[in-house]
Design a protein around this ligand. Structure first.
Ligand SMILES: C[S@@+](CC[C@H](N)C(=O)[O-])C[C@H]1O[C@@H](n2cnc3c(N)ncnc32)[C@H](O)[C@@H]1O
Length: 204
């Protein structure tokens, strides 16, 4: 077994969030990042139409679908397949492709989104500058999409990786939203450069 696989398995064995996820119906430990932010910020208070970008294997979509009222729905997109979830419409495709973004818009069927959540992350090459550029590119596409999809007053939760471009990105968010807050949930490993930005009150 490759050394990196071994260390991943070792880390998963030791990780309390991975253990907790294995004992639950959630498909990934990532759910605890979202639920922690939700507990603090009450993300789903009024959210009925939610877009989940980079959704597979689906724990965020599972969590989001459980917060919805009777009319609520989630549109989820990922380049990888995802097992079905009640109240979640899944679009399989590469979010960097125009047609996939258009399919997400079409899924809204003329409605506007209350909340866009994005945990999208590129496959890492190990070349730090390249990986950072890829992750910022995806984050920019998420913001372009939010510009199209969000209703006035809507919210965006987006994952970023600390590094080149994140300050500028936050400035862009500040131009569009009433309030921009940084979140680093405990379930997000200290060793990871990932963090989340919650932008509330879209007002363009
Ligand atoms: C950290 S995982 C998301 C985990 C998810 N939030 C959950 O709770 O199960 C990041 C996801 O981003 C997806 N992704 C990366 N690049 C993508 C792209 N260009 N288009 C669509 N999805 C992409 C990956 O396939 C992966 O499933």
């Amino acid at each position: 077994m490759a050394k990196s696989n071994k260390s991943w398995i070792h880390r998963q064995d030791k990780d309390p969030y991975a253990k907790k996820a294995r004992g639950s119906h959630f498909r990934s430990r990532a759910v605890y990042k979202l639920s922690e932010i939700d507990k603090k910020d009450r993300l789903f208070r009024t959210a009925q139409t939610i877009i989940d970008i980079g959704a597979s294997p689906g724990s965020w979509s599972q969590y989001a679908s459980e917060q919805l009222g009777p009319q609520g729905r989630v549109i989820a997109v990922d380049i990888l397949p995802m097992q079905p979830i009640d109240k979640v419409s899944f679009i399989k495709g590469d979010f960097t492709e125009d047609q996939v973004m258009r399919a997400c818009m079409a899924g809204l069927a003329g409605a506007q989104a209350d909340l866009v959540i994005s945990d999208i992350a590129p496959n890492l090459s190990g070349v730090k500058t390249r990986d950072q550029a890829c992750s910022m590119y995806l984050a920019e596409l998420v913001l372009d999409f939010a510009d199209e999809a969000l209703k006035q007053g809507g919210d965006l939760l987006v994952k970023l990786f600390q590094g080149e471009g994140t300050d500028q990105y936050k400035k862009e968010l500040n131009k569009r939203f009433q309030k921009v807050m940084v979140r680093k949930p405990q379930a997000s490993r200290d060793s990871s450069r990932e963090f989340y930005v919650l932008a509330r009150g879209y007002q363009v």
